[in-house]
Design a binder for this molecule. Structure first.
Ligand code: CA
Length: 221
């Protein structure tokens, strides 16, 4: 089990890492920037997230992750203790919220609950016509073809499948596949669509000229 700890306070970070490393692999980062990079290269089972971070707000980071379809359990650890802070944290996509200073035993118990829940949970398959996408494995199936989506191809297909039948504009798709403070590469959406069509068939995604992109319906010619 691998945990990402996002915490800028050295004392707290060190003590948490020390306490948790007996049971888990813990990667500790101090910045949102580093956390973003880390979740792209590692598969985590849980994230411990402080809210006051030096380079960005933990809440916006979390909202952004959920918007992109990142489903890993997040436990907020923060000194912000008002009811409205807690509500905001949970509404932003956190699975649990623990107020500093907390007892290590309680933190570990809550981590166990979230990990247990995660292993029980099976995310529903997203499907439309002959297209299906398993969010847990990132495997896309279309007609007789199947393959695992890498990088930003996954949030792109996920965005299209979450609103089946809708035409999404280039800007809407860019918003889905990029983080809130990431620089958008020009043509990124087109590049991913091109690669998806090459792998799964040219008719997987339909370009509605001047409007955007949509998925091919089963009965569509
Ligand atoms: Ca902090």
């Amino acid at each position: 089990m691998r945990i990402l700890l996002v915490e800028d306070d050295n004392m707290i970070g060190e003590s948490l890492q020390k306490a948790l490393k007996a049971s888990y692999a813990v990667n500790w980062v101090r910045y949102v920037d580093a956390a973003q990079l880390s979740i792209r290269t590692e598969n985590y089972d849980l994230m411990l997230l402080d809210l006051g971070l030096p380079d960005a707000s933990g809440i916006s980071f979390l909202q952004d992750l959920r918007k992109q379809g990142y489903t890993v359990p997040v436990l907020i650890i923060t000194a912000r203790d008002t009811v409205s802070d807690r509500v905001l944290g949970l509404d932003s996509g956190a699975d649990d919220y623990l107020i500093k200073p907390f007892d290590l035993d309680e933190l570990e118990a809550r981590i166990r609950v979230l990990l247990r829940r995660k292993s029980d949970r099976r995310e529903p398959l997203l499907s439309y016509g002959e297209i299906s996408l398993d969010p847990a494995t990132r495997e896309l199936k279309y007609k007789e073809k199947s393959g695992v989506l890498s990088g930003r191809s996954f949030p792109l297909m996920q965005a299209l499948l979450q609103r089946p039948g809708a035409i999404l504009s280039l800007a809407q798709l860019e918003e889905q596949i990029y983080g809130w403070n990431e620089e958008i590469e020009s043509n990124a959406v087109e590049v991913h669509i091109h690669s998806l069509r090459r792998k799964f068939g040219a008719d997987l995604i339909v370009n509605v000229r001047g409007v955007g992109y949509t998925l091919r319906q089963k009965d569509q010619a």
